[in-house]
Design a protein around this ligand. Structure first.
Ligand SMILES: [Zn+2]
Ligand SMILES: [Zn+2]
Ligand SMILES: [Zn+2]
Length: 142
């Protein structure tokens, strides 16, 4: 399916209004193999938008289970598209993330599932992150 149509469908099925920036951002994410930071998105957008607009779009995508947060090497946030559509407000992206030491990109390892853990009593679990570091496929070829 063409990415424009795909992006429109994602917005529609999540009840989000179709705006140029939302469509464009979704297409940027669909075309990227790795997670993207706000800087990356800003660079890839054809027209310039202020950061507030970009953050707002990211927030609504995250709330609607379209994008999830992923780590970067400096503890900042990157975002990646959710694989199987996550339900609203509950992300089920229980996969590991891989940070490449050469290109510094973050990759979703959809097939590497985070194991279920049992916490001792008294701790409430809100999120788990499972990050691995190494050299990605692309960088090993170079
Ligand atoms: Zn998700
Ligand atoms: Zn790499
Ligand atoms: Zn991910």
């Amino acid at each position: 399916m063409e990415t424009t149509v795909k992006a429109e469908n994602i917005l529609k099925s999540n009840g989000l209004r179709k705006t140029q920036i939302r469509l464009e951002m979704l297409q940027i994410f669909m075309g990227s193999k790795h997670a993207l930071s706000v800087n990356d998105i800003e660079k890839d957008l054809k027209s310039s938008h202020d950061r507030v607009t970009i953050y707002r779009a990211l927030n609504s995508f995250e709330e609607n289970g379209i994008l999830h947060q992923t780590p970067d090497p400096n503890g900042n946030m990157r975002y990646a598209i959710c694989s199987d559509s996550c339900p609203e407000h509950v992300h089920q992206d229980k996969h590991a993330h891989f940070i490449c030491e050469e290109c510094n990109q973050t990759y979703c390892l959809e097939d590497v599932k985070i194991p279920d853990v049992q916490l001792e009593n008294g701790y409430q679990l809100n999120s788990i992150s499972y990050t691995m570091n190494g050299v990605c496929k692309e960088c090993q070829l170079n």
